[in-house]
Each structure stands twice: as structure tokens, then as C-alpha cells.
Design a protein around this ligand. Sequence first.
Ligand SMILES: *Cc1c(COP(=O)(O)O)cnc(C)c1O
Length: 364
Amino acid sequence: MRPRDLSDHSPYVPGRGVEEVARERGIDPDDLIKLSSNENPHGPSPAAVEAIRDHADRVNQYPKSSHTDLTARIAEKWGIGDEQVWVSPGADGSIDYLSRAALEPGDEVLVPSPGFAYYAMSSRYHHGEVTEYELSTADGFAQDAETVLSAYGGERIVYVTSPHNPSGSTMPLDEVEAVADATAPETLVVVDEAYGEFSDVDSAIPLADERDDVAVLRTFSKAYGLAGLRIGYSVVPEAWGEAYARVNTPFAANELACRAALAALDDDDHVEQSIESARWAREYIADELDAPTVDSAGNFVLAAVGDGERVAEAAQERGVIIRDCTSFGLPEHVRISTGTREETREAVDLLNETLADLGLGVRA
Ligand SMILES: *Cc1c(COP(=O)(O)O)cnc(C)c1O
């Protein structure tokens, strides 16, 4: 007996971890600067850490009131109904919930290329078929309705990532609306706003509230610094609210994650500092790195270095872990997450030395 044929299911390739690299090279993890997974370099909100400590001795109980409270708090934040908030283990969990709620076997899903791998993975787990629309290096991965609609063929779900991973480009709200208007009534447009806090583009959440064919993904993993807890949510149209109870994995958003998210939502200082710092660092990288970069509205910058794998490997030798974008289908690019000011300055110096060494550095 073996698993079913999974040859269609490509494994998720995460950014490399500090412990993993330090162990491999026999060095102290503290000597490495990790800018490969778009994590918050300032750590979690201290209020979230306190909430985790305060509730640690209650984890013998299933998470119930914490889940209800978090749902209500998020609904209040966005001025929507509680049933429109689907709390999940990371935004990835919400991608699964939307797949379960929307897809019949054989239904098609349209995803960006390059793009976030989990859209296609989740679609395939749920017996869907995947087609792609191309974002182009030539125009800075510009996103408008036309780019998406030129590849649209009646898919059941269309994913838009704004800000986009790995490029950092955004799709203005009126273009999102144009996609929703032009697609069939039974097509759900899912706007992934995992990096929404870092950008100036208006959230699509009001669209999800007004219409029955737009949903939005949000996460506590990035600006809120809670990636290790796995907590996120989607905002769905009112008509979809009732489906949550039928598709969610019971108690998948855990007690400590819900408590920490509640505390983080009230810690404006932490999230504002995180956003400020990412904005500073993405400008700094664009200005100082000896390679062309793409304008980013996220907490990372995509850079055209010529050979992503070689540069990422050589940078790691110098103590900086960045993301080779080969797995995104961009073998000439690396993605550099924003660090603290100190980390970012040091990383850019080391990356410029690396590029010079490899004969790849060019001023943008
Ligand atoms: C990080 C990320 C997510 C969600 O991550 P979770 O940790 O599961 O919340 C979703 N979409 C994109 C594009 C991301 O980069």
C-alpha cells in the first residue's frame, strides 16, 4: 500500500533557516543574518509574548472563547460581520478553507506566475486544476486587470497577490474590482494581502463586504511577527459565512495563537514600528544594492543578480541568508527580506562584496 499518485504535487520550498545553516557550517546562529522568509526582524509584539505566557497553563482546553474573541475583534477592526471572518492556521489555512468551500473536483484555479506556491498546492490537494497568468519582469511585474483577464477562462478561483510575493508589486483596488466585474458570477477573486500592512494600496476588504465574489487573505505572520504560531484569517462575503462551520478543521487555530493575535492587534506601536522599519529598509536596499531591484510595497525586495542560486550560496558563506528565487521560476533573482536597520546595512555591504566577488554587481 502506497500513497496515491502525488507526482503533480510539488513540495513547498521554504527559505533556509538559521539553525539549519549554522549547523551545516559549524557556526553560531547569532552570526547569521536571516533575510530569507519575510519574517518580522523585530520579533513578536511584547504584549503577544505576555499573552502566551499568561495562557500557557490553560492549553489543556480546546480553544473556544479565544477563537470567538479573535473573530469578533477582527470583525470590529474592519467593520464587518463576525461570520465574514474565517480564522485559520496561517493565511495558508484560509487558502485551504476557500479551496474546500469553492472547488468541485476538476474545477480550475488561476494563479500568478511567478507567485506564491501554496495556491496551486492547495488547489491540487482539493482535486482542482491549475492555470497561470504571467507577471512580467520587463514591466516590474505590473499588475492590472488586463494581465489577469487575458489568461482568464472561467476559473472558479482567481488569485491576486497584492503586494505580490516575490516582486512586491501591487494591484490597485479599482483593478481588483475590474477583475471581479469581468469574471463570471461563479468566479471567486481571492486577494492575498499577506503584506497589506506594508503598502499604501487600499485593502480589498470593503469589496468582500459589498460583493459576493471577492475574498481577502490576511495574516499575523508578517507585520505582526507571529509566523511561528500559525495564525491568519480570510474575510469572505456575507453569503459565504455559513460555509466556515462546514469546511474548517476543528480547533486548527490554537489557543496561544488566538491569544497572541488578540494582544498583537492592540499593540499599535509594535506594528507601526515594523512597518516603518520595512519601508526604510526596502528603500535602503533599492538605493544601495549593486543590482537592479523591483519597486516593493512589502517587507522584501526582489533583485536581479544574474544567478540567484550562486549569489544566495555565496552570500550564505558570508553570513547572509537570502532567498534564491529559482523555485519561483526566477533563476536570475534573489529576494531579500527587510531586516532591522543594522542588519540591513550589514547585509547590503556583504551582498555587494558577494556580487563584486562573483563579477555580477552592477549599479541600477
Ligand atoms: C507568507 C505568505 C502567506 C501566508 O503565510 P501564513 O504564515 O500561512 O499566514 C500568504 N501569502 C503570501 C503571498 C505569503 O507570502
